[in-house]
Design a protein around this ligand. Structure first.
Ligand code: NAD
Ligand code: GLY
Length: 345
């Protein structure tokens, strides 16, 4: 078992990473939050695999679990599903002394986290990520959100978890397509902050546990420096301005989040090279590593880039794009939105 600490003053928490941790989840939780009830939000794929193991681990510590299961997939980051959770938790008279646990991938983390941020103005929240994407990225940093028909993650909050428990054994049941989606965000971390990690990914990725530690450490450092996304944290959005547009255009079902980010990263690298900001050859390196890991590098329909206009990094007519200087170093590049749309034609 490895422990990493996220040092945000007043909101510090630990990331506990290791094999078989689900069975110790009650004891790990008990050390951090003295609660009697836990509302476990999960999805229809994860519930039959891990729901009972977690509930048993909670009962062992005399914490009474309620399992709330939503449909799998991005569609659950919606107002209807969120309000369904509010209904169930309020009917059960949830209090601020209880805890909400997200058991699942990034969809569940974002959805349950947003419910925790908003119900009664804030309920303690724990992340138990079960996908490579959520173990290496989304469970760390406190961004929680649902989608709006106008775009991705447009309704959200910052609500740091009290604890993150990443049981690497849960990756054994993860479909290959979902493993690849996780690798997209791992490749992103290499591209923006760790050229050595990127080179490793160009060859071998058999050590998932090592990848999780290294990626959580990158994300931890960025979040500690800019918790509320005022500038430095923007780099984590490399590929996302374009990826979110691709995801929205496909109705959040054609491409998974990681696949859309893969397409978005190549788009950003091609644009960066065109603008003379990115070292030439970078887009080709990205294309090769993404293809190696089974990820798409272009959209199968002509992208509607006007969907980038709802990006949260937009301020008036200026959008602060994240581009690469080279592999391992990201920069912010303010650009007029009309010029951007022109360049993308
Ligand atoms: P996901 O939560 O939809 O999980 C992918 C699929 O895997 C689902 O069908 C799920 O049921 C299934 N699954 C989960 N764990 C499993 C397991 N152990 N075994 C078998 N099946 C399993 O998707 P994701 O890729 O984990 O997350 C994507 C979401 O994360 C997007 O909504 C994205 O916006 C969000 N995200 C958030 C942040 C953040 O900082 N908050 C960062 C990156 C991505
Ligand atoms: N996934 C982007 C962030 O956490 O800031």
């Amino acid at each position: 078992m490895r422990r990493l600490r996220v040092n945000i003053p007043g909101r510090e928490y630990e990331l506990v990473i290791g094999a078989g941790l689900l069975r110790s989840a009650g004891a790990l939780l008990r050390d951090v939050i003295p609660c009697k009830r836990a509302f476990v939000v999960t999805d229809g794929n994860v519930a039959p695999l891990y729901g009972e193991t977690l509930c048993a681990a909670l009962r062992n510590e005399r914490i009474e679990p309620s399992l709330l299961t939503v449909p799998p997939g991005e569609g659950s980051k919606s107002q209807a599903v969120l309000f369904g959770l509010y209904d169930k938790m309020l009917e059960a008279q949830i209090t601020r002394g209880d805890v909400i646990i997200a058991l699942g991938g990034g969809v569940i983390g974002d959805l349950a986290g947003y419910a925790a941020a908003t119900l009664l103005r804030g309920i303690p929240f724990v992340q138990i990520p079960t996908t490579l994407l959520s173990q290496t990225d989304s469970s760390v940093g406190g961004k929680v959100a649902i989608n709006h028909p106008h775009g991705k993650n447009l309704i959200g909050a910052f609500h740091q978890p009290k604890l993150v428990i990443a049981d690497t054994d849960t990756l054994k049941t993860l479909p290959l397509r979902e493993l690849a989606c996780g690798l997209a965000e791992v490749i992103k971390h290499g591209a923006i902050a760790d050229a050595g990690l990127f080179s490793l990914l160009e060859e071998d990725v058999s050590d998932y546990a090592g990848l999780i530690d290294r990626n959580c450490d990158i994300k931890r450092r960025v979040v500690e420096a800019d918790e509320f996304d005022t500038g430095g944290r923007f780099v984590l959005n490399f590929g996302h301005t374009f990826g979110h547009a691709v995801e929205a255009q496909g109705g959040f079902s054609r491409y998974n989040h990681g696949e859309a980010v893969a397409i978005g990263m190549v788009t950003a690298a091609v644009l960066g090279e065109k603008l003379g900001v990115t070292t030439s050859g970078t887009a080709e390196r990205l294309r090769r590593v993404l293809t190696l890991h089974g990820l798409p590098v272009s959209s199968d329909e002509a992208p509607d880039w006007s969907l980038t206009l709802t990006d949260k990094k937009r301020d008036g007519d200026t959008l602060r794009l994240v581009l690469l200087k080279e592999i391992g170093e990201a920069i912010l590049y303010p650009i007029d939105v009309n010029k951007l749309l022109e360049l993308l034609k």
